[in-house]
Design a protein around this ligand. Structure first.
Ligand SMILES: *Cc1c(COP(=O)(O)O)cnc(C)c1O
Length: 354
């Protein structure tokens, strides 16, 4: 029996993707070798890379003037690669939480940073809005979904300067107009696959000569020219992404999953709002459909609730230390039944505690 995995990351994956990947780990395409053993220059892997790239393009409707890269080092390496390659003098950042702060910290190593808006004043419980985007900056960096605080942008700013977005925890969860962005990056392990690979979608013409020395592996140009094959790519992680995106395509793609994600979020937040024991932590209009943070009004019950969740096979809902309480991560591959198991438990807990 699979657990109800509502963990924040690495997150739950579709069972079909796990089965395909398990089979490929033993014998890939009936070639008598594991996918873990083959050359990344082999025809068999080239096909995997090509399929995964096509799936990304097709599912997100990526225009032709963008490159799709599969890199390593996680989203955290992108925090540095973005300014290394794109910050010439000054960059604008929206401070919407821990991950945005880590991005800001790296950018400061390479130039001036203008934090144009922050929701720190209320422990990042809302999405900053109505800020002025300075036109003298090289780019604006935003975070679409704040995994730790459970807030999500429902609309993206219209930016007069290049727009860069960390979509690690909500990519492929809903349709986005990629043409509005100049660079999108996402660590795979929340919503598109396992840890070990980072997706970068980059508009080809945003790279200009930078004055600083940038190591070869840290240059986007290296990976665009090399087709993500400058060095050995994370073969198996890319394979699992392919299998995950095949699953997503088979159920109808991002608009279909958006409907399901809405259903899950509605079911969950409705319970939080009607159950007398619980409360949400975020501005209602900014609540994330991916990561839902919630509290027991009486924190003395926290331990008991977690114990009961575990007994019901519900895993990964302990909140991040900076928010406390609980967090239910309802990524694409988390089935409605898992969210239902949690809301049923919350109902039951209220009855027994009343
Ligand atoms: C998890 C996460 C990261 C960090 O990703 P790594 O791949 O571990 O470096 C960055 N940004 C967001 C929004 C995340 O959810």
């Amino acid at each position: 029996m699979r657990k109800h995995n509502l963990g924040a990351g690495p997150g739950v994956l579709p069972e079909s993707a796990l089965q395909k990947s398990a089979a490929a780990a033993l014998d890939f395409n009936n070639i008598g070798m594991s996918i873990l053993e083959i050359s990344h220059r082999s025809k068999d892997f080239e096909q995997v890379l090509e399929n995964t790239t096509s799936l990304v393009k097709e599912l997100l409707g990526v225009p032709d003037n963008y490159s799709i890269l599969f890199l390593q080092g996680g989203a955290s390496t992108q925090f540095a690669m973005v300014p290394m390659n794109l910050l010439h003098t000054k960059a604008a950042y929206v401070d919407s939480g821990v991950w945005a702060n880590k991005a800001i910290k790296e950018a400061k190593l390479f130039g001036e940073v203008n934090v144009v808006a922050s929701s720190k004043d209320q422990n990042y419980s809302y999405i900053p809005k109505n800020y002025v985007i300075p036109t003298d900056c090289d780019y604006l960096h935003i975070t679409s979904n704040n995994t730790i605080y459970g807030t999500q942008m429902s609309a993206f700013p219209t930016s007069p300067i290049p727009l860069i977005c960390d979509m690690s925890s909500d990519i492929f969860s809903r349709p986005v107009d990629v043409s509005k962005f100049d660079l999108i990056y996402a660590g795979a392990q929340k919503n598109m696959g396992p840890a070990g690979v980072t997706l970068v979608i980059i508009k080809n013409d945003i790279l200009k000569e930078v004055k600083r020395v940038v190591p070869t592996m840290m240059r986007y140009a290296t990976h665009i020219e090399g087709g993500s094959m400058y060095n050995t790519p994370p073969v198996f992680s890319i394979y699992v992404c392919m299998a995950t995106l095949e699953w997503l395509k088979s159920i109808g793609g991002v608009s279909a999953i958006e409907k399901i994600n809405k259903q899950k979020a509605e079911l969950f937040y409705n319970e939080v709002d009607t159950n007398p024991l619980f409360t949400g932590t975020c501005a209602v209009e900014d609540r994330s459909r991916m990561n839902a943070c919630f509290l027991l009004k009486n924190p003395e019950l926290d331990e008991e609730f977690l114990k009961q969740a575990k007994a019901h096979g519900i895993i990964g809902i302990k909140g991040h230390r900076s928010v406390g309480g609980f967090r239910a991560s309802m990524y694409n591959a988390a089935p409605l039944e898992s969210v239902k198991a949690l809301t049923d438990l919350m109902k039951d807990f209220a009855l027994k505690t009343a």
